[in-house]
Design a protein around this ligand. Sequence first.
Ligand SMILES: [Zn+2]
Length: 389
Amino acid sequence: MKYDILIRGGEVIDPSQSLRATRDVAICGTQIVAVDQNLDESQADTVVDARGQIVVPGLIDLHAHVYTHSPFGLDADPLCPAGGVTTILDAGSAGSYNFGAFRRETIDRAETQIFGLVNLSCIGLIAANFGELLDRRYADPDGVVRVIEEHSDVAVGVKIRAGKHIIGEGETGWANFHDAVRAARESNTWLMVHIGESPMSIPEMLAHLEPGDCITHCFKGGSTRVLDDADRVYQEVVEASNRGVIFDVGHGFGSMKWEVVEAAIEQGFEPTTISTDLHTMNIHGPVYDMPTTMSKFLMLGVTLERVIEMSTTRPAKILNQEGELGTLRVGSVADVAVLERQEGKFVFTDSYEETRIGDELLIASTTVRRGRIVPGGGGLRMRHWADAE
Ligand SMILES: [Zn+2]
């Protein structure tokens, strides 16, 4: 059999098949056609030497911002391969007024597979300094439902940024929150709730969330935390996680605090998914990219297999793409990330300018998107060597 690409001799980690072993991965066209030992490299047009590296499904970032008409929006195609990311979920940069434009101008033109959540606010994230739901007239649950129906192949759910400077307090805050829940139910999709300095507590919000709904920024500090005043993970949080509510990292520049994540993990509470919340204001730190964010969880004691699962198989399932994405199964889409595991001393910074030193750093060395090796892979994080010395 002829192959277009053969990724040779890497340690393949594919949680969707409970596979961790040295394997070759062969690609023909846009599909994975073989995952096996000692495939014949003379049959391949291009050979990627992955010996000493790990080979995983293309990473899926469940929270980022790639609508470039928003002040937060990054350009997905140059961004994603640098971090081994082949699929990205834009977390509500556009609302009912501008999702169509987001689709035409960005989603349909990108090499990267982009899905989107539709913001409850009809204007989406069109201003950086102005809460998109401070005026209740911007809340448009019916518009969200209509847009999801119209763009059901790419619009996969609903987003609300539930900070009090965005949704307001008291009755106004709750009215916005309930509108977002209603939009998710009526569109038969799911709701991602950004917790900020929220006007309600996480247990109060969880009472309205169903399995498949999601809390993002789950390890933020400040007033709205997954921990109670005694730093115990709320029982309601544990129960919600057990019943299938998703707890997503959404690192960002305000949403990951070492003490919170350390306390949670110590108490056995792990996130469901790892995501970056990459946007224009955190790409140059403290977030950088998916592999850096994943490396922070390795440092915190989450196993490599789980970190990979949280960044591939689990987000694929949430996006209803299991079997196609987030897997290296034969017949699935040829999205692959080859990751180097650098050992040394690396400075990792949370969203509150506190640092920790880790001894391992993942770096995307090669990214394959839909059977094509895309340029721009890896190496950016080498700066940490110098920082740590
Ligand atoms: Zn975000």
